[in-house]
Unconditional design. Structure first.
Length: 379
């Protein structure tokens, strides 16, 4: 990595619109007004900073609005969350005291982030949005469900628990959205999802969104979806704005290599991925010893601690975050322009989601992989 071309890639600030790639600019030229949305929803969309629909939003919003099942594939960081939140918000009838839409996501952090997007866009609609995930007080959730809730954003296990207790009543919930659908249809989640569908009315609408669709999704589609409209914006897998490199090193050289990258790269914020909880903590300690600011996050931490780290990193309190694969999906932090795979991931899907944390919404980003002899075949 001796030549300077990769440094040039990062000279524009992360939010500079000139760096937008066609992943988000190759649109048909639609406007949000074209979809005949409620005026209050349009106010929320524009206040959130969305000017025009991205390609995935153009493709799926009009279809979702007419009530068809949707199976949509689009790259990380191209506006998938708004692609399903906008039709969900448009369909909610706030005069009715009932859960009318359920948005399922695989991780707690993504649930908080998705609910926040819903609340911000629905600011003028008087829509009540509730987040419910594992690791938080069940009693608080039960109390909350006694008041009016229109949209629930949840991780699967917790909402199934509430449905089984007959606290979350889903008999009027006619819209089910699944974000990161491939993860939700993995063996750990799929039985829970199928039980949840049993609580929904027969005339429900199901929408699946993801960047990767393995064979499990095909089986689910054939069993549960009714003539789904299929959107595939994946002519290639990785975002156009991300430049990918690898450094061939020995295990014992990795920290030294990382130190060199920190000193040479222009990093707004970086996420550094390790393959185990133990290695996350050890590496975070090493980075701090080298004199760089650093947080870490993994699934074995207390939920309150995870929330705090996620919140502080997103607000720019720290430049570098060491993470396990907990953080690979859906997490949208615009100022992350560098992703480093300190440990190379075990499969292609994980790789795709990891590097997709950089180069969000058409900006430029960099992915650097530290590759050992053992990783060569995987690479």
């Amino acid at each position: 990595m001796a030549d300077d071309d990769w440094k040039q890639k990062l000279h524009l600030p992360a939010k500079d619109t000139r760096t937008r790639t066609e992943d988000v600019t190759a649109t048909k030229g639609n406007d949000f007004e074209d979809y005949f949305l409620k005026r209050e929803l349009l106010m929320g969309i524009f206040e959130k900073g969305f000017e025009k629909p991205s390609p995935i939003q153009e493709e799926s919003i009009p279809i979702a609005l007419v009530g068809r099942d949707v199976l949509a594939r689009a790259k990380n960081g191209t506006g998938k969350t708004a692609a399903f939140c906008i039709p969900v918000l448009e369909k909610v009838d706030t005069t009715r005291n009932a859960i009318q839409a359920l948005i399922l996501v695989p991780t707690r952090e993504l649930a908080l982030q998705t609910a926040q997007v819903c609340k911000e866009m629905g600011k003028y609609l008087n829509v009540e949005v509730m987040v419910t995930t594992g690791g938080t007080s069940l009693k608080d959730d039960i109390m909350r469900l006694y008041s009016t809730i229109h949209i629930v954003v949840a991780t699967p296990g917790r909402i199934l628990d509430l449905a089984n207790k007959n606290v979350a009543k889903l008999n009027d919930c006619r819209v089910l959205c699944m974000d990161e659908a491939d993860k939700l249809l993995s063996p750990e989640f799929e039985p829970i999802i199928e039980q949840l569908i049993g609580f929904l009315p027969r005339d429900r609408q199901i929408m699946l969104y993801s960047a990767t669709f393995p064979v499990t999704v095909k089986h689910f589609k054939e069993r549960w979806l009714n003539k789904p409209y299929i959107v595939n914006l994946m002519d290639e897998l990785t975002l156009k704005g991300i430049t990918q490199y690898y450094a061939f090193v020995e295990e014992k050289q990795k920290v030294h290599c990382l130190n060199t990258l920190f000193s040479k790269l222009r990093i707004n914020q970086s996420i550094i991925f390790c393959n185990s909880v133990n290695r996350v903590e050890l590496l975070a300690k090493k980075i701090t010893e080298l004199g760089y600011s650093c947080f870490y996050i993994h699934a074995k931490m207390l939920q309150s601690h995870r929330n705090r780290v996620f919140h502080d990193f997103r607000n720019g309190l720290c430049r570098n975050l060491v993470s396990s694969d907990l953080f690979t999906r859906g997490i949208d932090i615009q100022s992350v322009n560098v992703v480093i795979n300190f440990d190379f991931p075990k499969n292609a899907e994980t790789y795709l989601h990891r590097v997709g944390r950089s180069g969000r919404f058409g900006h430029l980003g960099l992915a650097v992989n530290l590759i050992t002899y053992e990783d060569r075949l995987n690479l």
